[in-house]
Design a protein around this ligand. Structure first.
Ligand code: C2E
Ligand code: CA
Ligand code: CA
Ligand code: CA
Length: 277
């Protein structure tokens, strides 16, 4: 194994080499990030159309490493998966998101909180029990938790993922297909999954209205979602033109910088108070 790594490093060019060193370094410090409290959550609202009411808030993980500064989840989540840390991280995020959002849900500020799952989380057979236990501990109704899973996640091990999703759904938890449109699942496969909503990937939403094919893709994604009885969310909404198009196409919910960037908990609450008034 170590020998194989060594050979692989040798055949990399300089840039790859640096990249590899960074990965190894990150992996080393990531191991202690949880116990050193280097993670925190930001919160980004999903609003309903056409009412513009805040429905859910998505918890997005941030890692500040003393050695590396702010590291993007796009970089550290795959490392956490490879090192087996993802199980502990996901549990931490579920617990923290429920703990922080519980009073917002109880006060009616939002209906629920969304948490992202990684591919490996859906093969964790104990996840359902953990979720049930934390929902109870924080006194949050199951329907107020949304778990976002990507198509890639589900397709990696369809049967196991499906079984786990049925267990979670059976408990009353809501499930969302994230990054919709970027995976390779068939509609038949998607229809066999117990999901409540799809989130159209931001790559199709970003340039809506600039006269390319994106509007066609978004329109059909919304149609597919509605035909399957699902709520459709568009993420990455950055401008008023995109928002207007999404609204005219009957999209149910939107999320993006136009509404709000992901915010720390206290700033999110302040934003909500101002926004809902
Ligand atoms: P995602 O779940 O698809 O989340 C959407 C990403 O788009 C977030 O990036 C968000 O900050 C960003 N975003 C929101 N609005 C806009 C917009 O209007 N324009 C643009 N360009 N981007 C927007 P972030 O927070 O860096 O997260 C990246 C990815 O990392 C997430 O993609 C998700 O796959 C993963 N991730 C984040 N937090 C967690 C977590 O707690 N657990 C797991 N397993 N994955 C996470
Ligand atoms: Ca609506
Ligand atoms: Ca997500
Ligand atoms: Ca996404």
């Amino acid at each position: 194994e170590a020998k194989q790594q060594h050979v692989r490093v040798l055949v990399y060019r300089a840039g790859d080499d640096e990249h590899h060193l960074r990965q190894v370094g990150l992996m080393g410090v990531l191991r202690h990030a949880l116990e050193l409290h280097q993670f925190r959550l930001l919160f980004q609202p999903k609003i309903d159309l056409p009412s513009r009411r805040v429905v859910h808030v998505e918890a997005l993980l941030r890692w500040n490493s003393p050695q590396y500064g702010d590291v993007s989840p796009d970089e550290f989540i795959p490392l956490a998966e490879r090192s087996g840390m993802i199980r502990a991280i996901t549990r931490h995020v579920i617990d923290e998101a429920l703990r922080q959002a519980a009073p917002w849900i109880a006060d009616g500020l939002i209906e629920g909180v969304a948490v992202n799952l990684s591919p490996m989380d859906l093969v964790d057979g104990d996840l359902t029990d953990y979720v049930a236990q934390r929902l109870q501990a924080h006194d949050v109704p199951p329907c107020s938790l949304v778990l976002e899973v990507t198509e890639h996640t589900v397709m990696r091990d369809l049967e196991v993922a499906r079984a786990n999703m049925h267990q979670l759904r059976g408990q009353g938890v809501r499930l969302s297909i994230d990054d919709f449109g970027t995976g390779h699942s068939s509609l038949a496969q998607l229809r066999s999954l117990p999901v409540d909503e799809i989130k159209i990937d931001k790559s199709f939403v970003a340039d809506l209205g600039s006269g390319n094919d994106d509007a066609v893709i978004v329109r059909s994604a919304i149609e597919i979602g509605h035909n399957m009885g699902l709520k459709v969310v568009a993420e990455g909404v950055e401008g008023p033109v995109s928002l207007a198009i999404l609204e005219s196409l009957g999209c149910d919910m939107v999320q993006g910088y136009l509404i709000s960037r992901p915010l720390p908990a206290d700033a999110f609450v302040a934003w909500c108070m101002r926004y809902q008034r």
